[in-house]
Write a new protein. Structure first.
Length: 308
């Protein structure tokens, strides 16, 4: 399995998650949650991080933080390590608590800071643990909304200053329910942002392939599935929603081919999106590469600077 790329630089904004091993709970009671927040606060202060939002669920947590110094890896290694040791000691357990490495998504601050601030605190509502975010004690919502005292390590004012009032913040969060997930815009599994943001990140990446790291993570400007499907829809004159319907045979095959060839999606994922088996995806790809291309597909390949 490919390991995630860890890109560190001053001023980077990350959405971080870590989950329990084998989906087990990482917080068994309130004392566990208090313990984790204590360790989190110490790490935020020691590393000089800006923590904009957090939420502790039962088997995972979410953090939205900025690193004024390039020190994410050192801080996260210690936070997760110290908490695991304390958890195992308290509950008389041994072994791994967390499932592999934490996930770190690099975020375009200008475009997604506010969206992720509300996405994170709405997790308990989406999980049906509570009906309102204020009812969940283990997130930054109550402090940001002025309903509870804030820990000194929470970048409270940096979020509050973006709203005319605390009531405006509450309305903004409430309006996030039912909206499309920000992760549909994710690129390379670890990038969330616009084209200019992705280009800036690409200049920070190593010029050569990194062993064990997925190619898509080293090419953040590579088109994602939504971009590919929208381009196919334009070229073939069909609605985006119908691109992956087999009744639109030419557009369907072009989309399947480009999702593999240009977006570099895994075979199983393309098969799932296209509603066919992985062998059928391979057959479509092979047939296109052996056969004569229609003009819309030629145009698409030329625009992506790819040869069939």
């Amino acid at each position: 399995m490919a390991r995630p790329l860890r890109l560190e630089f001053a001023g980077a904004l990350y959405h971080l998650t870590a989950r329990g091993n084998a989906r087990q709970k990482i917080f068994l009671d309130e004392e566990d949650r208090r313990c984790f927040l204590e360790f989190l606060g110490k790490e935020v202060e020691q590393q000089g991080w800006l923590l904009y939002a957090y939420c502790l669920m039962d088997n995972h947590y979410h953090l939205l933080l900025e690193t004024p110094e390039p020190n994410l890896v050192a801080g996260m290694r210690r936070l997760n390590g110290v908490y695991t040791q304390a958890f195992n000691r308290r509950h008389r357990r041994i072994g791994h608590l967390l499932q592999g490495r934490y996930k770190a998504i690099l975020v375009d601050k200008d475009a997604y800071l506010l969206e992720l601030c509300r996405y994170i605190v709405l997790n308990p509502v989406r999980a049906k643990a509570v009906k309102q975010p204020a009812q969940w004690r283990w997130s930054s919502y109550a402090a940001t909304a002025g309903r509870a005292s804030a820990p000194p390590w929470l970048a409270l004012k940096a979020v509050q200053v973006l709203f005319a009032s605390r009531a405006a913040y509450e309305r903004f969060v409430a309006q996030g329910l039912g909206q499309e997930s920000p992760w549909v815009q994710l690129r390379g599994q670890i990038y969330l942002g616009g084209e200019e943001f992705l280009k800036r990140l690409e200049r920070r990446l190593p010029a050569r392939p990194v062993r064990g790291v997925a190619r898509s993570q080293l090419q953040p400007t590579r088109p994602n599935a939504q971009t590919i499907e929208a381009a196919v829809a334009r070229c073939y004159g069909v609605p985006v929603a119908n691109v992956l319907e087999r009744s639109n045979a030419d557009a369907y095959k072009a989309a399947v081919y480009l999702l593999r060839r240009v977006a570099n999606l895994p075979l199983a994922l393309v098969a799932k999106r296209a509603g066919v088996s992985p062998p059928r995806v391979s057959q479509i790809q092979a047939a296109i590469e052996r056969g004569k291309l229609d003009q819309p597909l030629k145009d698409l390949l030329e625009s992506y600077k790819v040869k069939a």
